[in-house]
Write a protein that binds this ligand. Structure first.
Ligand SMILES: [Zn+2]
Length: 362
């Protein structure tokens, strides 16, 4: 296996190339991240405040580090009137739930729980896992649909995402985040009826193009990723700020663990590691190396200590939660990587093509 001499990505990452110095194409093609500027962010916030709506912004809150930091920025730093929401994916860790509760108590913002029928939710996870090995994409689809629906229902001028520059490249291109692909994977599953699938999807006909139109026409608020505008504290400092300000607590006693809010995270990473040979952590640590936050040695050390090739401690609990047998697990880890990638919605593909073309021209 080839490992980049500059970051820690390996040759299993789809589309990766190495030059003669052994540096990967993500490192050599690195766009050093430079924030768009706080003045631009303040301008966006001022415009939203000027609308005098009941809420200036919707903040999706998972109890994890990034979204809690966004809640802190929105309420304490930029003084926005915030509506918070959480999609109950059925997999929240107690630590995350406690974090949400404390943050809401301290900020006093209104909060909404969005829930799917748990029976349908379990059937979706189970069958997604059996057929594709991925449930994160299925969770993301429902999360995004609920976020857009809530923003639309409450007419919030803004939606503030906690997406961080550190997470760039950690989801592509294998996650099942495309509704057409999602439907394709589940189409012959007898356990799920079409109306159940549509119920799970909340906005079953959503695609990138019709969402774009809704945003342009003002039906859905502007989506903003504040961490791309400002000079961010390091991951560690971010944790310290929200611990002090919003009573936030970390799980697992690790310095750099994202997505601990989900109890299935170690399991999904384990499955992904087995199928692909790379997973979210390696991408995040590599981004931290590229941004200068940690050294390559530190990244290797952290990655090794994650022991992603070993079954996580709650492996059996997760199997029984999704009603998956050891034998079925044996088949899941043998699923071919990128098996469903080509079933991306045609509209989404076309839309992405135009977005890229526009970027090239400007
Ligand atoms: Zn690299």
């Amino acid at each position: 296996m080839t490992i980049c001499t500059s970051c820690i990505l390996n040759d299993k990452y789809p589309g990766i190339k190495f030059n003669d110095k052994g540096e990967c194409s993500l490192c050599t093609g690195k766009r050093t991240f430079s924030p768009f500027g706080e003045d631009k962010l303040i301008e966006i916030f001022d415009k939203a405040k000027a609308k005098n709506a009941e809420f200036d912004a919707l903040v999706p809150l998972s109890g994890g580090k990034d979204s809690t930091y966004i809640l802190y920025l929105a309420t304490k730093v930029y003084k926005l009137k915030v509506l918070a929401m959480t999609y109950d994916n059925g997999l929240f860790s107690q630590t995350a739930l406690d974090n949400i509760e404390r943050a809401l108590k301290i900020t006093g913002v209104k909060h909404i729980w969005c829930k799917t029928d748990p029976v349908i939710q379990k059937k979706v996870y189970r069958n997604m896992l059996l057929k594709s090995g991925d449930i994160c994409g299925a969770c993301d689809i429902a999360t995004i649909s609920y976020i857009l629906k809530t923003a639309q229902d409450y007419k919030t001028p803004l939606i503030l995402y906690g997406t961080s520059p550190l997470e760039e490249d950690s989801f592509v291109p294998d996650s099942i985040q495309d509704i057409s692909r999602f439907k394709h994977i589940l189409k012959d599953v007898s356990e799920l009826k079409t109306d159940e699938i549509n119920k799970y999807l909340v906005l079953p006909s959503r695609n990138d193009f019709n969402t774009f139109i809704k945003k342009k026409s003002g039906k859905i608020g502007l989506e903003v990723r504040p961490l791309f505008y400002i000079d961010n504290p390091t991951d560690k400092e971010m944790g310290e700020i929200i611990a002090r300000e919003l009573g936030w607590q970390e799980d697992f006693n690790k310095d750099f663990t994202k997505h601990f809010d989900c109890i299935a995270e170690p399991f999904t990473n384990y499955v992904r590691h087995s199928i692909y040979g790379y997973e979210r952590h390696i991408c995040q640590y590599s981004n931290m190396v590229r941004s200068g936050e940690i050294s390559r040695e530190k990244a290797l050390q952290l990655y090794e200590s994650d022991m992603l090739d070993l079954r996580p401690a709650n492996y059996n609990d997760i199997l029984s939660l999704f009603d998956i047998s050891e034998k079925q697990m044996g088949d899941i880890v043998k699923i071919r990587p990128l098996k469903y990638e080509r079933y991306t919605s045609k509209i989404n593909k076309l839309f992405l093509y135009f977005v890229k073309l526009k970027q090239k021209l400007s």
